[in-house]
Design a binder for this molecule. Structure first.
Ligand code: PLP
Length: 470
């Protein structure tokens, strides 16, 4: 079979085989109905153990990509909904030659596993839908939002005011409505920033391990993306490429490891950026939920040189479907970012933005964050205490957000596959690296999506699976 598999990957053979097969299914090289070779035959072809191929098949089966038919073999079902692509061979319209991006499966595309430790999903059951619906409905009335005219590209004025006030109280960020450019989520903010700051071929730096969608948008816009290591204090500033024009970082709660960047490292990063013409994108995506002492000040508040673009989102503090985030523009970038937003999608949805302004101003967001934060703190503590009891795991300290990581020397790909077969979804840390030789092995547990009544049972099951693969 014609499969390109990089078997020198540091994250284990199972993951390498799994990823190559998943990619081949997603891009149509392995179409629905195709029969896969027997595990032994493919293992021989690839020069790996049969168990690695079997584990990859089993994980893909659990995730709905493959189906096993007794006596007949293993067949391709297709990619789960959003990643399915038409076979493109006969289609004359193809993307430009250097476009290498496939849609990633979203969390909503997969059937919800029984023990759901996926990352990045807040608990929608905690969200005050009734209050939100009341506000949105009110803003959809005739005359509420000039529905016949076009809105402001930097965002609804009341929302820009509300965000500036909210950040002052909740994060100690000093800003004004003039700085706020409202976006369709953090991802849209990264896109706008890259468009106005980065030229094709420019070097940009991202954390490794890090947040794949940030890396992907930078690469899609032509940047040369370099992964830079993260240690106990955060991004290793001394290893940043000297030519980097932009650095993307998650200092409040490193994604996915979970640590906060130390104050010394924050200062070092700001000094580094000041010494050259470099911008820092500070992604503060989930630190409203904090479980211990007050967090360190955002980089934005320490930045006297105007180098930090602070990006926030309501995807975690509310729900992803609000699809709203923002960037705090520095004075020299305000107009360019506003124009980029106008060029991109005009101005977003005024009714949602106006409703969101009221959600903030009426204290509903603060109340929700307090209530949900307590629930998340309990789940965080329960997961950490379970992980602490498992031999061979090294829990990464974290005090905020919706996920926690643990390092290990076990074969994480095999454990994640076995877990998927048992109805337990947990993330493989290596999925957040692009192949750096310093890659760490580990697991990432999200606790927004998990049913609290099944959390302890899930952790017990995970402990048993880990022990089997230790
Ligand atoms: C590191 C990081 N940044 C940002 C986001 C939120 O992105 P968006 O606002 O585009 O939904 C997430 C969500 O998972 C994330 O993990």
């Amino acid at each position: 079979m014609d499969l390109i598999i990089r078997l020198d990957e540091a994250d284990g053979k199972t993951s390498a085989v799994y990823r190559a097969l998943r990619a081949a299914i997603a891009d149509g090289r392995l179409p629905a109905g195709e029969r896969l070779p027997a595990t032994r035959a493919l293992a021989t072809d690839l020069g790996v153990a049969r168990g690695s191929v079997a584990a990859a098949y089993e994980r893909l089966t659990a995730e709905g990509y493959l189906a096993a038919r007794v006596g007949a073999g293993t067949f391709v079902v297709g990619a789960p909904r959003t990643t399915a692509r038409r076979r493109a061979t006969a289609d004359p319209l193809r993307p430009r030659a250097d476009w290498t991006f496939e849609p990633l499966a979203t969390s909503g595309a997969m059937r919800k596993p029984r023990y759901d430790f996926r990352t990045g999903i807040p608990d929608a059951g905690l969200f005050p839908f009734d209050a939100w619906r009341r506000l949105v409905t009110a803003e959809l009335r005739w005359r509420a939002n000039n529905p016949g005219t076009y809105g402001e590209p930097a965002g609804h004025p009341a929302l820009r005011e509300a965000i500036a006030r909210y950040l002052g109280v909740s994060r100690g960020v000093r800003t004004t409505a003039d700085d706020v450019v409202v976006t369709n989520g953090a991802q849209h903010a990264f896109d706008l920033i890259a468009r106005v700051l980065v030229r094709p071929g420019d070097v940009v730096a991202v954390e490794e391990p890090g947040y794949p969608p940030a890396r992907r948008i930078l690469a899609a816009l032509g940047a040369k993306v370099t992964g830079v290591r993260v240690d106990d204090e955060g991004l290793v500033v001394t290893e940043l490429p000297a030519a980097a024009r932009l650095v993307y970082t998650t200092p409040s709660h490193q994604f996915p490891l979970g640590r906060a960047m130390s104050l010394a490292r924050r200062r070092e990063l700001l000094d580094w950026a000041r010494a050259r013409p470099a911008a820092i994108v500070e992604d503060d995506y989930d630190s409203e939920f904090r479980f211990s002492a007050r967090p360190l000040e955002p980089l934005h508040s320490l930045d006297a040189a105007g180098r930090v673009l602070y990006v926030g989102t309501f995807s975690k503090s509310m729900i992803p479907a609000v699809r709203t985030g923002f960037v705090l523009a520095t004075p020299g970038l305000r107009e360019a970012l506003t124009a980029a937003r106008q060029l991109s999608d005009g101005y977003g949805q005024p009714a949602v933005q106006a409703a969101l302004a009221r959600f903030l101003d009426e204290g509903l967001l603060a109340r929700h964050v307090r209530k949900a934060g307590k629930a998340y703190a309990t789940r965080h503590a329960r997961i950490v205490s379970a992980l602490d009891r498992m031999p061979g795991l090294d829990v990464v300290p974290s005090a905020a957000g919706l996920h926690v990581a643990a390092l290990t020397s076990a074969d994480t790909g095999a454990v994640v596959s076995a877990a998927a077969r048992a109805g337990l979804a947990v993330e493989d840390l290596s999925d957040y690296s692009e192949g750096s030789p310093t890659r760490q092995a580990g697991f990432v547990f999200g606790f927004g999506a998990v049913d609290p009544a099944l959390l302890d049972e899930g952790m017990t099951l995970f402990a048993a699976l880990l022990a089997r693969h230790a």
